[in-house]
Ligand binder design. Structure first.
Ligand code: F3S
Length: 415
């Protein structure tokens, strides 16, 4: 079947709505042809990766500025993934050049009409898709959350294709937009107690490491699993491999049963028990042999209210060690609501740094390592533990939130 274009599509493609829209349409149509899509689908929202210096780079910055200079306006709700800088102006250790480049990228997106939220959890702050809605989202953890927890439909968009969708309001109808591609291909039964976020995240990371191209269906996640635990699964699953969706029976709207998740097909089953979980924990923490810790990163994906309330309790009356940095990441609007609710006082009193709109992976971490002298990190995020040691010279421990809080207070890992 060939791609069907309506009059509006053709007008966009002919440049009738301006050059940026023409370019966006051209890219969307080329993607549709490449993937064999026969339709272009209107999207309810776009979430853009490439909104930070690290991913946009100089070429992306120039292109985004050019689009804004053409006075192009986005045709759909568009939220932005984390940037390089803290949105409240905290000096996290970046060079002035990075700060000014980030200001330029953010201001260009704002001129087009994007929402300056700079978070990887747009679903927590006002970009909340409904079941069955079509989206064009980047950011693997958000894509997985939209597909798997909310039952919306999106592929893992790159920065150019997401911007193209924001300009046209359209995406190519292939991949996760089609029901037949959303059927599970492997069943993973989680056979160990799920007591904390780390237990959930290990399940996601194990799957991504061993079955990187699969679309899994999990059993064993309690139906009342908290949203923050599911977003941890999304981040760990998305940190390696190409997984865009999982089913969790009783949680994913399309997975009331194992059979429904698999679309009635017979699929292989594997069990993940304590042994596999311990192996995953050890693998993620393998890079750091030092007991000393000088930086602790919590909030990947960005924290929700429940997690912040838990951290407040954990840090009440305690002090982060003077030569350790504890960085907590969340969207700016989440922090400001917590501030008004009195939830941030214990955190600030402890010495924790409340960082808005960025994270240790989205920022220019090499500049921060150079300026702050970080040598040994700890995190409760499988995604951070996956990326940091493989991208930067920062060895990283991986463990529970409690492990990380103790490391921040003592400067030692699990002693
Ligand atoms: Fe979000 Fe940064 Fe983690 S973008 S998912 S906090 S790596």
């Amino acid at each position: 079947m060939s791609l069907v274009l309506n009059d509006l599509h053709k007008r966009m493609l002919d440049g009738g709505l301006g050059e940026p829209v023409r370019q966006g349409m051209e890219l969307t149509v080329e993607l549709a042809k490449f993937w064999g899509a026969d339709t272009l689908i209107p999207v309810r929202s776009v979430h853009v990766v490439g909104a930070g210096v690290k991913t946009a780079r100089r070429a992306g910055m120039k292109y985004i500025r050019w689009v804004a200079d053409q006075e192009a306006k986005l045709r759909t709700l568009c939220t932005l993934n984390p940037s390089a800088t803290d949105q409240t102006g905290i000096d996290i250790g970046l060079t002035p050049e990075t700060v000014s480049q980030q200001e330029e990228i953010t201001s260009s997106f704002k001129r087009m009409g994007a929402i300056e939220c700079h978070t990887c959890t747009p679903y927590l702050i006002g970009n909340l898709p409904r079941y069955g809605e079509h989206l064009a989202w980047g950011e693997s953890s958000a894509v997985l959350y939209a597909n798997s927890v909310l039952g919306a439909r999106t592929n893992r968009e790159g920065a150019p294709s997401a911007l193209a969708s924001a300009l046209t309001g359209l995406t190519a109808g292939y991949g996760m937009h089609l029901k037949e591609n959303r059927r599970a291909s492997i069943h993973i039964h989680i056979d160990y107690p799920l007591e904390n976020v780390t237990d959930f995240a290990c399940a996601g990371y194990y799957l991504a490491k061993h079955y990187p191209d699969a679309l899994p269906v999990f059993t064993g996640f309690p139906e009342n699993s908290p949203a923050y635990a599911l977003k941890a699964v999304c981040a760990s699953l998305g940190s390696s491999g190409s997984v865009s969706m999982f089913h969790a029976v009783g949680i994913t709207p399309e997975a009331p049963t194992l059979e429904a998740a698999a679309g009635g097909r017979r699929i292989d089953s594997v069990k993940m028990g304590r042994k596999e979980k311990e192996e995953t924990l050890q693998f993620l923490g393998r890079t750091n042999e030092s007991n000393d810790v000088d930086c602790v990163f919590i909030g990947c994906p960005h924290l929700d209210f429940e997690e912040i309330a838990g951290l407040t309790e954990a840090l009440k009356g305690r002090k982060v060690k003077s030569d350790v940095s504890l960085w907590l990441f969340a969207a700016h609007s989440i922090w400001s609501t917590c501030e008004r609710s009195g939830l941030t006082k214990a955190l600030k009193d402890s010495g924790a740094l409340l960082v808005s709109g960025t994270c240790c992976v989205s920022t220019m971490l090499s500049e921060i390592i150079a300026s702050r002298g970080f040598k040994s990190a700890a995190t409760n995020s499988a995604k951070v533990a996956h990326y940091i040691p493989s991208t930067w010279s920062l060895k990283t421990h991986y463990g529970t939130t409690r492990d990380c809080i103790e490391a921040a207070v003592t400067g030692k890992w699990r002693v």
